[in-house]
Design a protein around this ligand. Structure first.
Ligand SMILES: [Zn+2]
Length: 307
């Protein structure tokens, strides 16, 4: 209920300033507030040298559970523009963000720019983990370019020029990911993880995804589900299962012990690594703090464990 009150207090953020601004970051540049590390990465890559980006959530923070504190509320209030993921990714902030947007705030969800029919419906809701498919994240980026160009008309050409490079780079990542997935024999392309974050990744790159989220309590259904997943691992000869950086590894470890499938490594699902964290991904050095780099790192981890 405290959240709702916070939401009411935030109505009007970004309203009525005539676009003149006065909302500046420490660098003297206009401040853009981004919710997750993925959205912050997009904002930084599009607005480098033009805006200052402040992220509400850091690496290893679960966006589904994140609750904004006083500092975050101040950040949202002080920002010239607010960018978020949407599709209820920011579960405990979603209502507040949507309300700010409805009331004319300079606030937008990057997922609003996705192609019709591309969003996955699961368990009666939209799946918000769209960055798992680099081509969809490229669509989200193209949309963000137009929104930012609209908010900063004097810099519109600059944003569009930079945006072209960002979109092209994500499309190139998409092609590389498709090629790397081929290294795993088709029958073994099964991704067993902790929570439901890889449906888009699986659809885009040809992996069947089995997740064990929700199996925290030992109910009959949970045991049946775990038994089903273990059965698939045995019958298909799946060599490895994966833990996630922002989710408890307990159930995955149990499945690993039960089936003999090894722990294939830690995947980034709902948060990136630290910006500038360079890692090897199949002979390419990639920045785990960017969406493209994180996807290549994840794919490399998966391919090495399953092939
Ligand atoms: Zn998630």
């Amino acid at each position: 209920m405290k959240l709702a009150a916070g939401g009411v207090a935030l109505v009007g953020v970004g309203c009525g300033d005539g676009g003149g601004g006065g909302r500046w970051g420490e660098s003297g540049l206009p401040l853009v507030a981004a919710t997750t590390t993925m959205v912050a990465d997009l904002a930084r890559s599009l607005g480098v040298g033009m805006v200052e980006v402040a992220a509400l959530m850091g690496p290893e923070v679960d966006p589904h559970l994140f609750k904004p504190g006083q500092r975050d509320v101040q950040l949202l209030r002080g920002a010239e523009v607010v960018m978020y993921g949407g599709l209820h990714l920011e579960g405990r902030m979603a209502e507040m963000l949507e309300r700010m947007e409805r009331h004319g705030g300079r606030v937008f969800a990057v997922s609003a720019g996705l192609r019709e029919g591309s969003v996955i419906e699961a368990d009666g809701a939209h799946d918000p983990h769209i960055w798992g498919d680099a081509s969809m994240w490229a669509d989200a980026a193209a949309y963000a370019v137009e929104r930012l160009a609209g908010y900063f008309p004097a810099r519109a050409e600059e944003v569009r020029g930079r945006g072209e490079g960002v979109v092209a780079s994500l499309r190139a990542v998409h092609e590389r990911l498709k090629a790397r997935a081929e290294e795993v024999p088709e029958g073994r392309r099964v991704l067993v993880t902790s929570h439901d974050a890889f449906r888009y990744f699986g659809r885009a790159y040809g992996f069947e995804v089995l997740s064990v989220q929700g199996i925290a309590t030992v109910s009959e259904a949970a045991l049946a589900d775990m038994a089903r997943i273990s059965g698939v691992i045995r019958s298909r000869g799946i060599k490895a299962v994966f833990v996630e950086s922002s989710v408890s590894p307990a159930t995955i470890k149990r499945i690993s012990e039960e089936t003999g499938a090894v722990l294939g490594g830690e995947l980034c699902s709902d948060a990136l690594g630290a910006p500038g964290e360079m890692v090897d991904a199949g002979g390419r050095l990639v920045d785990k703090g960017t969406v493209g780099g994180m996807l290549e790192y994840n794919m490399d981890t998966i391919v090495r464990a399953l092939r």
